[in-house]
Design a protein around this ligand. Structure first.
Ligand code: IPD
Ligand code: CA
Length: 271
């Protein structure tokens, strides 16, 4: 059975409403958020889980039987509820992507909500509440920013192009990171979701992540791909279809780039 356009439109609408609710709540609460260490060097705030609950409760009103994966579970674990019906549909939720920024009262964060159908992203929403930017996509259609079509840029890898790299890079710094830092106007906004969104709207030529989680990239992948980007792991292998039923929050690699630089970038990443 395949999803029809009207089904995807309803999924998208639900994702948009939920993302807006959570984003507004996060903005209202930023000043009062209570921060703690989740594990290692990862911070979390009380608002992360409040926003996730808001999102999942809202989605469940429309789709009580769908599956859910969220970053915030109890005791630092992930939140996971398998689909109850026959439909293999999962909502993949990051209530605040960019928690470290958020915990430091910097409003560069976003809400990421992706929907996976038969292990492939079919709907994605990334909402940046500080700039009221709603990035959306559903499979087979154009990616949009606030209702207007967006596309990747045609930049090369050079001193004029912006390429973002992730914040979790191993030490010593790998050669690919050194090359990207020295060959481009490299960026890190502290949120993988916005990195993908900026590839989609032609801001960044590419983004490279050596350690992300599924909720950081599920929405971003369909949005970036719908805008013309190529999304793979660092070896150029497809990330999706993804075995979501067995996923427990393991780190993933992800590269999204405009098609023009994709092979050059992947070769550079192998350095
Ligand atoms: C993090 C951000 C960051 C990325 C990390 C993520 P969080 O998400 O997306 O940019 O480098 O891998 O964990 O923890 O702020 O939701
Ligand atoms: Ca998060």
């Amino acid at each position: 059975m395949s999803l029809e356009m009207k089904d995807m439109s309803k999924l998208l609408e639900t994702a948009i409403v939920s993302a807006r609710l959570a984003g507004q709540k996060a903005m209202e609460q930023m000043e009062y958020a209570k921060t703690s260490v989740k594990y290692g060097c990862e911070l979390v705030t009380d608002v992360d889980s409040k926003c996730q609950k808001l999102i999942i409760d809202r989605i469940k009103e429309a789709y009580p039987d769908h599956g859910f994966i969220g970053e915030e579970g109890s005791e630092g674990k992930i939140f996971k509820q398998a689909p109850r019906g026959d439909e293999n549909i999962w909502w993949v939720v990051d209530p605040i992507d960019g928690t470290n920024n958020y915990a430091h009262h910097m409003p560069q964060f976003c809400v990421c909500i992706g929907v996976l159908y038969q292990n492939e992203p079919v709907v994605g929403v990334i909402f940046d509440p500080a700039t009221d930017s709603m990035f959306t996509a559903c499979k087979g259609n154009d990616a949009q920013l606030n209702g207007r079509k967006i596309t990747v840029n045609e930049d090369g890898i050079d001193e004029f192009s912006s390429v973002s790299i992730c914040s979790h890079i191993e030490t010593p710094l790998p050669n690919w990171a050194i090359e990207l830092i020295s060959q481009t106007r490299y960026r890190n906004y502290g949120t993988a979701g916005l990195h993908f969104a900026y590839v989609a709207n032609g801001g960044l030529a590419a983004t490279v992540h050596s350690k992300v989680k599924l909720w950081d990239i599920a929405a971003g992948t369909i949005i970036a791909q719908s805008a013309g980007a190529i999304v793979t792991d660092l070896n150029g292998e497809k990330i999706f279809p993804f075995d979501i039923a067995s996923y427990q929050g393991e780190a993933l690699q992800a590269v999204a780039s405009n098609p023009k630089i994709n092979s050059e970038l992947l070769a550079l990443v192998q350095l």
